[in-house]
Design a protein around this ligand. Structure first.
Ligand SMILES: Cc1ncc(COP(=O)(O)O)c(C=O)c1O
Length: 226
């Protein structure tokens, strides 16, 4: 049977991890943590399972978990987020990205993506009927040229996806970048999908600027962060 995306094939992660296993090589292709699980977490998970917490959670996630996520967002970014209406728990970032794109992208909508990008972005956009508009970032800085971005915006542009800290380069958006981004989002009434799954993996004394912290004036622009 013909796949909807016949060109996608096997992901590079699966190919590299298989090769690493076959050749007994160090596997740098996927983010395997090189530290053991915290025993406190192991004990808590085991306790929860023994207590019988094995039923469906409410669709948006357990209220207790959403409350703690809201508290962490507040203590990290001083941003109040409503745990009942503004937080949804998903089984990882890939599912969140897919669900967001499926929910928001209509046929023919353009979605701006910066390359190199996490390889699930492009197929998820196309499966939702959208058109990925790729913008190349260049080594060594992998900084975004905001004039170039504005030139790529058309009347069909719906979403701009950013990823900071960036996989695979590690580059982070500066405060100026976030302000340029904010201007574009507001001016062109775009949805900003900000993938910040690596928000706590920061080096060189840099600061992570979250879209949550700086953006989001409710009357303009729209924001989704991971
Ligand atoms: C930039 C980026 N976003 C999201 C994800 C999704 O992470 P997961 O589905 O493992 O939670 C990854 C994983 O590699 C990633 O690199």
């Amino acid at each position: 049977m013909q796949s909807k995306l016949p060109d996608v094939g096997t992901t590079i992660f699966a190919i590299m991890s298989k090769m690493a296993a076959e050749h007994n090589a160090i596997n740098l292709s996927q983010g395997f943590p090189d530290f053991p699980l915290d025993p406190t977490l192991v004990n808590l998970v085991s306790k929860a399972m023994q207590e019988g917490h094995n039923q469906y959670a409410p669709m948006p996630g357990l209220p207790a978990l959403r409350n703690v996520i809201a508290e962490v967002i507040y203590s990290t970014y001083q941003k109040k987020v409503n745990p009942e209406t503004e937080i949804t728990v998903t089984a990882g970032g890939t599912q969140a990205l897919y669900a967001i794109l499926q929910a928001l992208v209509h046929t023919g909508d353009e979605v701006i993506v910066f390359d190199p990008a996490y390889d699930s972005y492009n197929p998820a956009i196309r499966l939702s009927g959208g058109v990925p508009v790729h913008i190349n970032l260049h080594a060594p800085s992998f900084q975004i040229d905001w004039n170039e971005v504005e030139n790529k915006i058309t009347s069909r542009t719906k979403i701009i996806m950013v990823n900071t800290p960036h996989n695979p380069s590690g580059a982070v958006l500066s405060e100026e970048d976030i302000l340029s981004l904010e201007k574009l989002v507001v001016k062109h009434n775009l949805i900003l999908l900000s993938d910040e799954v690596y928000e706590r993996i920061i080096f060189d004394n840099k600061k992570h600027y979250s879209a949550l912290e700086i953006l989001f004036m409710p009357q303009v622009g729209k924001l989704v962060t991971l």
